[in-house]
Write a new protein. Structure first.
Length: 226
């Protein structure tokens, strides 16, 4: 059984007529795109936005006219996967390096719904995944030094493009720093501290934003609320 697909199947039931919905990135969102195509074929009308170039292409291939977020300040629902989320529905993201655009849609949404298989759910976030910090290129060295000073004991590295010689450049023309912690400071302190550094665009910690999580396990699908 594909648990990500089962979670997506349950999540898609929250979409209602005329909703403006947003989709993030990753394999769970690819299942959402398939299931939304089915919903549209059944006659449900809705508009789609996405934070991800690859999801946009997928949606276009499925016949959706993807809406631009530029002239929008609110959508109804935003669905996204994550690397891990905790009992407070705080999530670490950025598998795809597009967390800044993801966070914009998540904040715009009336409801931000995390979707995934049960492996994503932990009582407390582990330090297996980095805090990913999107950084303006000219501030890279300064931000790296300041991150080391603000978050003692962390190590940070510039995210490299797989099989290419050089750093990943985001959709916004910036770099990504993967910051590894050995223990998390109080989560509520992380974004205000990181974002106080000039040159930091956004972090991959989605603190206090999600209202709901739809997770699938071998025993079935569960909806968790904040
Ligand atoms: C993108 C993400 C993804 O949602 C995360 O990597 C999960 O992907 P998948 O659905 O393939 O497990 O954070 O930035």
């Amino acid at each position: 059984m594909d648990l990500k697909k089962e979670a997506a199947r349950a999540a898609v039931q929250f979409v209602q007529h005329n909703h403006r919905i947003g989709l993030g990135a990753g394999s769970t969102m690819a299942h959402m795109a398939d299931l939304l195509q089915q919903k549209a074929a059944e006659g449900l009308a809705f508009r789609v936005y996405t934070s991800s170039f690859s999801t946009a292409r997928l949606l276009q291939q499925k016949g959706f006219a993807v809406q631009q977020a530029t002239h929008t300040s609110a959508i109804d629902l935003y669905f996204d996967g994550c690397d891990q989320f905790d009992a407070g529905l705080n999530a670490l993201k950025s598998g795809g390096g597009v967390h800044t655009s993801e966070k914009i849609l998540a904040f715009m949404a009336g409801e931000f719904i995390l979707v995934g298989d049960e492996s994503k759910y932990v009582q407390e976030l582990s330090t297996r995944f980095p805090l990913v910090v999107e950084v303006l290129p000219e501030a890279l060295t300064y931000v790296q030094a300041q991150i080391g000073r603000l978050f003692a004991g962390t190590t940070s590295s510039l995210r490299q493009a797989p099989q290419k010689d050089g750093a990943i450049v985001t959709d916004h023309g910036n770099y990504l720093l993967d910051v590894m912690f050995t223990a998390w400071p109080p989560l509520e302190q992380i974004n205000p501290a990181a974002k106080s550094i000039p040159g930091v665009v956004e972090t991959s910690l989605f603190f206090g934003i999600a209202q709901k999580a739809v997770i699938a396990g071998e025993q079935g699908v569960q909806v968790l609320y904040k």
